[in-house]
Design a binder for this molecule. Structure first.
Ligand SMILES: [Zn+2]
Length: 237
């Protein structure tokens, strides 16, 4: 069964990969912005973003696949199966994030720091995307009826993630179709974690469910209202 230590271990690997990607990004950004004269060559930002997201995303997917296989073996899940590695975020997706992040460079008073902040948030999310997809895709194809849970990690977890985590290990393709389960915001450090029949989640699902139920009792059935109530109740984002 995935333990809190297992989740912490993959989280540390992911954090290291993101740290390396963002250090490369910051170094390039310094040179890029120092050399700017006149027009901003946005295509260069797109290219660098796509390259970082591919290289570090690939490493994140490999780590996630290994982690899945180890957890599966430890769970004693029946049948032969190996994790299905997801592809890195496609270059077009990385380029779209780069263009969006570059917006503050075109403001009346260009803000390079804001652009880098946005870009770093996007790179973090896209580096982790194939790792998260590796878990979700593998759960879907695993013959042993696996599910995944959004396991919170880090000091604080936002209301959106707490709500999804409060459902426990329910997620698989039918459950997530058309839903929000596969959405991750920038800087999210939640870890989708595979769980096999008979196992329990490596975090306190009941406590999160109580938060959610209390907020829902106050706010009614509307998702946005429930999230707003949770933010108010818990003093979080
Ligand atoms: Zn999260």
């Amino acid at each position: 069964m995935a333990t809190a230590a297992d989740v912490a271990a993959i989280r540390a690997t992911q954090r290291d990969l993101v740290t390396l990607a963002l250090a490369e990004l910051a170094q390039w950004w310094q040179e890029f912005t120092a050399s700017l004269t006149g027009d901003v060559p946005v295509s260069q930002i797109e290219t660098v973003t796509a390259e970082l997201v591919e290289r570090y995303g690939d490493a994140a997917a490999v780590a996630a696949a290994d982690w899945y296989d180890e957890l599966r073996e430890a769970a004693g899940a029946p049948g032969r199966f190996r994790a299905v590695m997801a592809d890195p975020a496609p270059p077009e997706q990385a380029a779209a994030v780069a263009r969006w992040a570059a917006d503050p460079l075109f403001a009346a008073e260009p803000d390079q720091d804001a652009a880098l902040r946005h870009l770093a948030g996007g790179v973090q999310r896209l580096v982790l995307q194939p790792a998260r997809e590796t878990i979700a895709n593998s759960v879907d194809r695993d013959p042993a009826d696996a599910r995944w849970a959004r396991v919170p990690s880090g000091a604080t977890t936002c209301a959106f993630c707490r709500l999804l985590a409060s459902r426990g290990a329910v997620y698989h393709s039918e459950e997530t179709a058309g839903g929000l389960a596969n959405s991750y915001h920038s800087k999210c450090d939640c870890v989708p974690t595979p769980i096999w029949p008979g196992e329990s989640e490596p975090y306190d699902v009941d406590a999160l469910l109580e938060e959610y139920t209390a907020a829902r009792a106050q706010a009614g059935g509307d998702l946005k209202a429930i999230l707003a109530q949770m933010r108010k109740d818990l003093g979080i984002n």
